[in-house]
Ligand binder design. Structure first.
Ligand SMILES: CCCCCC/C=C/CC(=O)SCCNC(=O)CCNC(=O)[C@H](O)C(C)(C)COP(=O)(O)OP(=O)(O)OC[C@H]1O[C@@H](n2cnc3c(N)ncnc32)[C@H](O)[C@@H]1OP(=O)(O)O
Length: 719
């Protein structure tokens, strides 16, 4: 759909119409082809302006069409027809010009952008490359280094940066279409040859080979197995070294491989999953579209340890007034300094003023009397948190939302200590809270839909991937992490090394393996939790009971390392060794290897050869199995919720879509078969026993992931 109108007598105004982002669906492409033809064949038209309706130029190709048989006019000839036109075509860019949208604009002879517009070629984040000529035109227009940067990262640039780079010809603060029409009239009749980007030679670049070598190395390192960034470099290289038509052929060849790849499917699934989790629903039937969030202008944070500081920064950066409460004077002073530092550094990076004056620090909890929402972030101790919740209930104005940042305690129990449990939800941030993208919003059976809606909206404002989940031990993310870490420990007992396990997981695409991660977060954290659960027996136990706790297999390896004072990076020793406290360079530690050998000998364990496949299957399938339990229990509303949590907060490689999408890709029957195999070999490990939901899904013919929801609903109704 594209509307056609004559304005200022001789200008044809073509308006793309496909809300909400004017994506280039088959109908829009047909509309463009038809209206451009009409404009070019009308002798009374001297120039053409293309814009998008409702203040958005174009969000690119219609991603929803990718899964189906694509019909309608293809993009490349459509853009080529615009570029070859004998009348000037001007793109009037408001809102977004992304992907195919920017490629369309690059086919136009001129580009005028509103100052608030954002432009970019984000195809790489969908597992693709800009294959409607974008990878060939952009380097010709702005040079190879800048094009490489934009295309391999997919980042969006502001109109000001686009002007500086030479992507747009003019930026306006006023009505963009009016400015474009005026501009079009001013250039009508001029030669268009110098405006056809495909005819430009690529700007000369000294040491082209060295540049591509360096960029390729950097991209390979950060891609962690993703193939699209590498194809993007190869496509730009074609632009820099080949004539345009040959470059286009290379662009198409590379795109053909990417387009049908599992990675592209995974990344496109992530795009829609991220948006789907905003449409949350609770088992009670409460939903995002029927629950009204409350306005939050003023918030409070209680407890200014690491988490409280990060949350304070995140709230202030969102524009809220914040009361930051810490009862210990020394801790308060340190926190004030740390928070100011974080705000100043963040503001410098973003080129804005630091939000220092949005925060009031206090030692007195009475200071939070008039806030709309409180986030409690005191030490993870149930008695302390209960006390704080009781104080808050007495101090806060009626209706104030009380949120806890607990990662392990029972949100329902805390809620039950307050007179208004409907006002209590969990807001589980991840450290550092002002940086990490994930937020689990944890509702209990008594949390009101309004409270959930408010926490979800606040999370969104903070720029977090906010996922509403039910209350259970570890919520979603940490609950699934437990069987994953447990398998890694068992693998060490059976003959693996931390290096082997970590390498397998890093080759899969995690930024770090389980043992490097454990060293970074501190072994003492899990030790404290296991002690609280009554699992730790000082000095380890001897005999068979040493590796059995509460009736199931248990590995005391982590506890034993802690008893040796090996807490990870902070003590220079953990699963690896480090040169100085906090160093990120993990070195293999002969002590650890001898320790493992002695441990196996003591417990009569015979080390066997373990390969990467077993590491991946044991760790990942145990984690996925727990994901099925979570779905079965109704703790997560759908697989998308779990996948967004894992991709946004736990380093699961985005190009593999998240654990549940990965299970769907591998095949549910295969996951079930491998779990059965490992459970048979390790009957004392309940986490390897396949979840009944997985069995039932396989018995229902392994439906594709987008149909799991309806199948689960049907299965549950039959119970
Ligand atoms: C061999 C075959 C050759 C094929 C060649 C194909 C070439 C492809 C190149 C491309 O163009 S790929 C697409 C590139 N574009 C993007 O990646 C942009 C994606 N969109 C965004 O980044 C954002 O949506 C936005 C445009 C910046 C707007 O953000 P905002 O926060 O305002 O809204 P959202 O909630 O994100 O989106 C609203 C709504 O619109 C849907 N949507 C957005 N973009 C697209 C799209 N390109 N195609 C289809 N649908 C899109 C989004 O899913 C939301 O839908 P919902 O139902 O409301 O959740």
């Amino acid at each position: 759909m594209a509307a056609y109108k004559r304005v200022s007598e001789s200008v044809a105004l073509i308006t793309l119409q496909n809300p909400p982002v004017n994506a280039l669906s088959a109908a829009v492409r047909q509309g463009i082809v038809d209206t451009v033809e009409r404009a070019l064949s009308d002798p009374n038209v001297t120039a053409v302006v293309i814009c998008g309706q409702n203040g958005v130029f174009c969000g690119g190709a219609d991603i929803k069409e990718f899964g189906s048989n694509m019909s309608g006019p293809p993009l490349i000839p459509m853009i080529h027809a615009i570029e070859s036109a004998n009348k000037p075509v001007v793109a009037a860019i408001e809102g977004s010009a992304l992907g195919g949208g920017l490629e369309l604009a690059l086919g136009c002879h001129y580009r005028i952008a509103h100052s608030k517009a954002r432009l970019g070629l984000p195809e790489v984040s969908l597992g693709l490359l800009p294959a409607a000529g974008g990878s060939q035109r952009l380097p010709r227009l702005i040079g190879v280094p800048a094009a490489l940067n934009l295309i391999t990262t997919g980042r969006h640039v502001t109109a000001a940066e686009a002007l500086q780079l030479g992507i747009v010809d003019q930026v306006t603060d006023h009505n963009t279409v009016d400015a474009a029409v005026k501009f079009a009239l001013s250039v009508a009749g001029r030669s268009l040859d110098p405006r056809r980007i495909s005819t430009y030679p690529c700007p000369q670049q000294p040491d082209l080979d060295a540049l591509f070598e360096e960029v390729m190395q950097k991209v390979r390192r950060s891609a962690r197995g993703a193939i699209a960034p590498i194809a993007c470099v190869q496509a730009v290289r074609a632009a820099a070294t080949l004539p345009y038509t040959q470059g286009m052929a290379r662009e198409q060849e590379l795109m053909a491989t990417l387009f049908t790849s599992g990675q592209a499917r995974a990344l496109q699934y992530c795009f829609f999953a991220q948006r789907a989790v905003g449409r949350w629903r609770m088992p009670s039937g409460a939903r995002w579209d029927t629950s009204k969030p409350r306005p939050v202008h003023k918030a409070a944070v209680i407890g200014l340890g690491t988490m409280g500081r990060g949350i304070t920064v995140a709230l202030a950066q969102t524009g809220l007034s914040v009361i930051a409460v810490e009862t210990q004077e020394k801790q308060l002073m340190e926190a004030k300094q740390a928070v100011s530092g974080m705000l100043e550094r963040g503001a410098k990076r973003r080129g804005v003023a630091p939000a220092l004056d949005r925060i009031i620090y206090s030692q007195n909890i009475q200071a939070v009397a008039d806030v709309d929402l409180v986030i409690e972030a005191v030490f993870e101790d149930v008695a302390l948190k209960t006390k704080v919740f009781k104080q808050l209930s007495a101090v806060c104005k009626p209706g104030t939302l009380l949120c806890t940042n607990t990662s392990a305690l029972d949100v329902d129990q805390l809620a039950s200590e307050t007179p208004n449990p409907e006002l209590v939800v969990g807001m589980h941030f991840f450290a550092p809270a002002h940086v990490m993208k994930l937020l689990e919003v944890v509702y209990g059976p008594r949390s009101s839909p309004e409270a959930v809606a408010t926490a979800m909206q606040l999370g969104k404002k903070m720029g977090k991937a906010s996922v509403a989940v039910g209350n259970c031990r570890g919520f979603v993310g940490n609950r699934m992490l437990k069987p994953y870490v447990e398998q890694a420990f068992f693998l060490l007992e059976e003959g693996a090394t931390p290096e082997l396990v970590d390498r397998a997981l890093e080759e899969f695409g995690f930024p770090m393996g389980v043992f490097t991660m454990s060293d970074l977060s501190g072994l003492d954290v899990g030790w404290r939790v296991r002690k609280g659960d009554g699992l730790v027996e000082p000095g380890g136990a001897s005999g068979r009971s040493a590796r059995v706790r509460q009736g199931r297999r248990y590995s005391p390896l982590g506890d034993l390392l802690c008893e040796h004072g090996r807490f990870g990076q902070k003590t220079c020793r953990g699963w690896y060794q480090y040169d100085k406290p906090g160093s990120r360079v993990a070195r293999s530690d002969p002590w650890l290897h001898s320790f493992l050998e002695a441990y196996r000998a003591e417990h009569g364990l015979v080390a066997r050869r373990i390969d990467h496949q077993e590491v991946l299957e044991r760790c990942l399938y145990a984690l996925i199995n727990e994901g099925f339990h979570i779905l079965d229990d109704g703790i997560a509303a759908g697989p998308e919720d779990i996948d967004v949590i894992y991709v946004s907060g736990y380093g699961w490689p985005r190009h593999r879509g998240g654990p549940m999408f990965y299970a769907n890709m591998v095949g549910l029957a295969k996951v079930l078969e491998r779990l059965e195999h490992y459970h048979q070999a390790h009957p004392d490990v309940p986490h390897l026993q396949p979840c009944s939901l997985l069995r039932r899904l396989v018995a229902s013919g392994s439906p594709p992931i987008h149909r799991w929801g309806e199948v689960i609903k049907k299965l549950h109704s039959q119970l």
